[in-house]
Design a protein around this ligand. Structure first.
Ligand code: DPP
Ligand code: ZN
Length: 876
C-alpha cells in the first residue's frame, strides 16, 4: 500500500454519466456485466487513459461501445485496468464483465455470503472487489441494477433506489430491476439476495409522500425487528422536524446480517446492518442494546442527507459525513431520552476511546492529510471528535446560527461531493463570521489541556480567572497553534444559586460561554458579592482535558447545586479520581487503602436523591473505570494496582452505603411489563448498580444468584450474571448460572456473544486460561466478527488486568489472533490490534512484553496493509 496524500487530490479525467449493472448470482461464480458511460472531462488531454480500480477480480470480457476491445488497447494489473485511445469529447460506453466468487470472500468487503444470503459492503474501497470501476467517492452517477438469481434460494432480490420491476427468467431463475435516480458514489452501492423474512410499515413524509419501510431479517426473527422499525420512524420524523430533511425515494430498506465488520452501512435506500443493531426483544436484548439500535438506525438513516445526498470529495473528508452524522444521532438520542444522561455517556465514551487514541501513536487530526490504509481511519477521532467539533460550532453560533449554516450547506452542496472547507464556509457565510482559527480543530491532533485558576478579590468584588491552553505534540505535528475553545461556565454562590449574567471582560463571551482563543487569557468577572465556585466546561462544551485544582468543598457545591447535570456528574467524578489515584499508588506500594468520607457521603447523597433521575444516579455510581484511571496516570501503568485500589474504594462505598443500596435494589424495579423506554432503563441501571455494590458486603453471592434466577429480562439477567462472574468467578453458583444461561440461549448468537464477553472480562490473569478454553468451545465461531469481538475483543479492550498480565501472555494471545485472522479478514484483525495503542504508557516490564508481541506480528511472513500500517505506526 502506497501512502495517499490529500495534497495530491485531483478530479478524474473522465466523468461517469451512468452505470448499468447486471448480476447473475452464483455462490462461487457470479457474473457481472457492468456498462459504464463516460465522457472526457473538458480540458483533459486527449491522450489521457481511463484508469479503473480493481481488487482480486477475474476479467472475462471488455468492450468499447459494444465491440470487443483489442488486448492492445488496455493494460491489466492486479489493482488496475487502464484503457487507452478513447474518444476526445463524445460519450462512450465501456462494458466490463467480471466473475467473482462470493463464497470465497472472507474479508466481508465486496460481494460475499453470510448465512446463505448474498450481501455487499463497499465502503470504503469494496466496490473494486466487484468490478473494475473508478472507485472513489467523487465519482457520482445514477445506477440501474438488474439481479438474476435462482428463485427458490433467493426469493428476495434487492438493490438501491426504487423498484422497477421483475419476473421469471430461465431455468428456475427470476430477476428484479432497481433504479436509483440520485447520483451516488460506488461506496454506497448495495445488493442483497436470499431467503429472508420481512417486516413492513409505511411513513408519510412532511410533503405527504408515502414511503414503504421494510426490514429484512432471517425467517422467524421478524418480531425482534419491531423496535428497529419504531426507531426508524422516529428518526425520519425527527430529521424532518429538527433539520428539515425529508426522505427522497419511495422505499427505505434495512437488511440485518450476521457476519459484518462494522455496525451498519448507509447504502442509499438499502442499509445493511450487523444484526446486533436490529434485533431486540426483552428476553434477549439489554437496555444498552435497545439504545444502540435506536442510535445506529438513526445514524444510518441520517446519512441519507449527510453522506449520501452530500457525500465526501475524498476519504480525507470522512469526518464531513461521520462526525456530522454522529452529532446528529447524538442529538436525536438526547431528544428521545434524557439529554444530560446521554451527554454523560457520550463523554465517558469519548474520553475512554478518543482521548486514549489522541494521546498515543495512532493520534491523527479529525481531517487527516495522509493515509496508507483508509480502513484504519474509521476511528473514534474521525467519528466522536468529529462530532464534538460539530457540537462546538453549534455552541459558538447558537441554535439559530447553526441551523442557518446547515441549511446553507444542504442548499449549496446537495448532489455534490464536498469538503470540510465547504462545510465550514457554509457556517461562515450564513453567519458572517470567520471560523479560521476554529478550523484548527480539524487539523491539529491531540487533546488540548486547559489549565485554570481563579482568585476572588473580596474588596473589589471581582473574580479573576486565568486560563492557559497547551496542545500536546502528536505524530507528525510537533508544534501547535492556540485553538478556539468554547467553555461553558457558571459561578455558583454560597447559597447554591447561580450568579446571573455577570459582567465579564478579557475576551469574547456569549451567554454562558467564554471563548478561549489565546494561548493565555484572563477573564475578570465584576460585582461578584462573595467568593463564587466556578463550574467550567459545563456540558463538556469543549473536548479538552481540564487542569483546575478545586477544593473538595467547591466540588461538593457543584455536585449539589449546578443546574447542569453533566457538571454535577463531572464534579462527582473529580471527587472520586484523587481517591482512585491514591488507592492505585497505595496498592502498588503495599500500603493500606483509604477513601475520603466526604467523597463517599456526597456520592451516596446523589445516589439516594429522589429528585434526580435514576439513570443519572447510576452514572454517578459508575466510578471512573480502570482505563480512566490509567489514562489519568498517563505513564508507568500497573493495571493490577489500579484494579486493587479501585476494588478497595468500591468496597468502602458499599460498606458505608449498604442501606442505601439495599433500598435502591428493593425499590427500583420498574412496574408492569418490560418496556425499553429511558425511564425504565434508568431504574434498572440504578437497581443493578446497587446489586453490584451489594456484592461487596455479606450475602453478595446469594443476592446475585437470586437476582439471576428472578430476572425476567435480559438486562437484569446479564447484570446479575456479570456480578456473579466478575466478583465470584470460582463460586459454584457462578458456574451453575453460566451453564443455565448458555443452555437456555444456545441457539441465539447475539445472546451467546454476551456470554462469551462477560467471561472474557472477568478481572485477573486467570481469565487468559478461560479465554483460551472458550476459543475451543463448540459454540465459538472464529469466522464470525461479532463472536471474535465478544471474546478476543472484550479481553483486549475491556479487561485491563487479564490482557496486561505481567508475564505478557495477554499480548501474545492477541498477537496470535491478529496473525491468524489477518489473512482472512484484515479489517477485523486490524481493529483488534488497536487494543495495543497505549502500550508505551505501561510499566517498563509490561511495555517490553508488549513491544515483543508487536515485533512478533511484524515478523509474520505476510501481513495485510491494514495490520502493517498499524504495526509501523505503533512501533515508530
Ligand atoms: N457504516 C459506517 C457508518 O455509518 C461507515 N459509513 O458509520
Ligand atoms: Zn456513519
Amino acid at each position: 500500500g502506497q501512502i495517499v496524500h490529500l495534497a495530491d487530490y485531483r478530479p478524474t479525467d473522465f466523468v461517469l454519466e451512468r452505470v448499468d449493472l447486471t448480476f447473475e448470482l452464483d455462490p462461487q461464480a457470479t457474473r457481472l456485466e457492468s456498462r459504464l458511460i463516460f465522457h472526457r472531462r473538458e480540458g483533459v488531454d486527449a491522450s489521457a487513459p481511463l484508469v479503473l480500480d480493481g481488487d482480486e477480480l477475474v476479467l472475462t470480457e471488455l468492450r468499447l461501445d459494444q465491440n470487443e476491445m483489442p488486448a492492445s488497447q488496455y493494460d491489466l494489473s492486479p489493482d488496475q485496468l487502464v484503457i487507452r485511445d478513447l474518444p476526445g469529447s463524445e460519450p462512450f460506453e465501456v462494458t466490463v464483465i467480471t466473475t467473482i466468487n462470493p463464497e470465497a470472500n472472507t474479508q466481508l468487503m465486496g460481494l460475499y455470503r453470510t448465512n446463505g444470503v448474498y450481501c455487499t459492503q463497499c465502503e470504503a474501497e469494496g466496490f473494486r472487489r466487484i468490478t473494475y470501476f473508478p472507485d472513489r467517492p467523487d465519482v457520482l452517477a445514477p445506477y440501474t441494477v438488474t439481479i438474476i438469481a435462482d428463485k427458490a434460494a433467493n426469493p428476495v432480490l434487492l438493490s438501491n433506489g426504487n423498484f422497477l420491476g421483475g419476473g421469471n427468467y430461465d431455468e428456475g431463475r427470476h430477476f428484479a430491476a432497481w433504479f436509483d435516480p440520485f447520483p451516488k458514489p460506488s461506496y454506497l452501492f448495495a445488493l442483497v439476495a436470499g431467503d429472508l423474512g420481512v417486516v413492513e410499515d409505511t411513513f408519510i413524509t412532511m410533503s405527504e409522500r408515502e414511503v414503504a419501510l421494510k426490514i429484512y431479517v432471517e425467517h422467524g426473527k421478524e418480531d425482534r425487528a419491531a423496535y428497529a422499525m419504531d426507531a426508524l420512524k422516529r428518526s425520519m420524523k425527527w430529521d424532518e422536524e429538527v433539520f428539515g430533511r425529508e426522505y427522497d425515494l419511495n422505499i427505505f430498506m434495512i437488511v440485518a446480517v450476521s457476519d459484518f465488520n462494522m455496525g451498519a452501512m448507509e447504502n442509499k435506500g438499502l442499509n445493511v446492518f450487523n444484526d446486533k443493531y436490529v434485533l431486540a426483544d426483552p428476553e434477549t436484548a439489554t437496555d444498552q442494546d435497545y439504545a444502540n439500535i435506536e442510535a445506529i438506525i438513526a445514524h444510518e438513516y441520517f446519512h441519507n442527507w449527510t453522506g449520501n445526498r452530500i457525500t465526501c470529495r475524498d476519504w480525507f473528508q470522512l469526518c464531513l459525513k461521520e462526525g456530522l452524522t454522529v452529532y446528529r444521532d447524538h442529538e436525536f438520542s438526547a431528544d428521545q431520552r434524557s439529554r444530560a444522561v446521554k451527554r454523560i455517556a457520550e463523554v465517558r465514551h469519548l474520553k475512554a476511546e478518543q482521548f486514549q487514541e489522541d494521546g498515543g501513536p495512532l493520534a491523527h487530526p479529525v481531517r487527516p492529510t495522509a493515509y496508507r490504509e483508509i480502513n484504519n481511519f474509521y476511528t473514534t477521532t474521525v467519528y466522536e471528535k468529529g462530532s464534538e467539533v460539530t457540537r462546538m460550532i453549534a455552541t459558538i453560533l447558537g441554535k439559530d446560527g447553526f441551523k442557518k449554516g446547515m441549511d446553507l450547506y444542504f442548499e449549496r452542496h446537495d448532489g455534490e461531493a464536498a469538503t470540510v472547507e465547504d462545510f465550514v464556509k457554509s457556517f461562515e457565510d450564513a453567519n458572517s463570521v470567520d471560523l479560521k482559527q476554529f478550523s484548527l480543530w480539524y487539523h491539529q491532533a491531540g487533546t488540548p489541556l486547559v489549565t485554570a485558576s481563579g482568585i476572588y478579590d473580596a474588596v473589589a468584588k471581582t473574580f479573576t480567572l486565568s486560563l492557559e491552553q497547551m496542545i500536546p505534540a502528536t505524530p507528525g505535528q510537533s508544534t501547535k497553534q492556540p485553538m478556539h475553545i468554547p467553555l461553558s461556565y457558571a459561578l455558583i454562590q454560597d447559597n447554591g444559586a447561580l450568579l446571573d449574567a455577570p459582567k465579564v471582560s478579557g475576551g469574547q463571551v456569549t451567554g454562558d460561554v467564554l471563548h478561549l482563543t489565546e494561548k493565555a487569557q484572563v477573564f475578570v468577572f465584576e460585582n461578584v458579592p462573595t467568593r463564587p465556585v466556578l463550574s467550567l466546561n459545563r456540558s463538556f462544551s469543549a473536548p479538552i482535558n481540564l487542569d483546575f485544582k478545586q477544593s473538595t468543598e467547591d466540588l461538593v457545591r457543584i455536585a449539589r447545586h449546578d443546574t447542569d447535570l453533566f457538571a454535577r456528574w463531572q464534579a462527582l467524578t473529580d471527587l472520586a479520581l484523587p481517591n482512585l489515584l491514591q488507592a492505585a499508588k497505595d496498592a502498588r506500594e503495599g500500603k493500606a487503602i483509604s477513601c475520603d468520607p466526604v467523597f463517599i457521603s456526597t456520592l451516596l447523597e446523589a445516589a439516594a436523591d429522589e429528585a434526580l433521575e435514576p439513570a443519572f444516579r447510576a452514572q454517578a455510581l459508575a466510578l471512573p473505570s480502570e482505563a480512566d484511571i490509567a489514562r489519568e496516570l498517563g505513564s508507568n501503568i500497573d493495571p493490577d494496582a489500579i484494579h486493587k485500589g479501585r476494588q478497595a474504594i468500591l468496597k468502602a462505598i458499599a460498606e458505608s452505603g449498604q442501606s442505601v443500596f439495599e433500598r435502591l435494589f428493593n425499590t427500583m424495579k420498574p412496574e408492569g411489563a418490560f418496556s425499553p423506554d429511558a425511564a425504565s432503563a434508568g431504574k434498572r441501571a440504578l437497581r443493578n448498580s446497587a446489586l453490584g455494590y451489594l456484592a461487596y458486603v455479606t450475602g453478595g453471592t446469594e443476592r446475585a444468584a437470586k437476582a439471576f434466577a428472578d430476572a425476567d429480562n435480559m438486562t437484569d439477567m446479564v447484570q446479575a450474571l456479570t456480578v456473579l462472574a466478575h466478583r465470584f468467578p470460582e463460586d459454584a453458583a457462578t458456574a451453575e448460572a453460566l451453564a443455565t444461561f448458555v443452555k437456555r440461549f444456545e441457539n441465539n448468537p447475539l445472546v451467546l456473544d454476551k456470554w462469551f464477553a462477560l467471561q472474557a472480562t472477568i478481572p485477573g490473569g486467570d481469565t487468559l486460561n478461560r479465554v483460551n478454553a472458550l476459543m475451543e468451545h463448540p459454540l465459538y465461531v472464529a469466522t464470525n466478527p461479532n463472536r471474535v469481538r465478544s471474546l478476543v475483543g472484550s479481553l483486549a479492550f475491556a479487561n485491563p488486568t487479564a490482557f496486561n498480565r505481567a508475564d505478557g501472555e495477554g499480548y501474545r494471545l492477541l498477537g496470535a489472533q491478529v496473525t491468524q485472522i489477518d489473512p482472512r479478514n484484515p479489517q477485523l484483525a486490524a481493529r483488534l490490534l488497536t487494543a495495543m495503542r497505549s502500550w508505551r504508557a505501561l510499566d517498563a516490564s509490561r511495555a517490553d512484553h508488549a513491544r515483543a508481541a508487536l515485533l512478533e506480528i511484524d515478523r509474520a511472513p505476510k501481513l495485510s496493509t491494514d495490520v502493517r500500517d498499524l504495526i509501523e505506526r505503533m512501533l515508530k
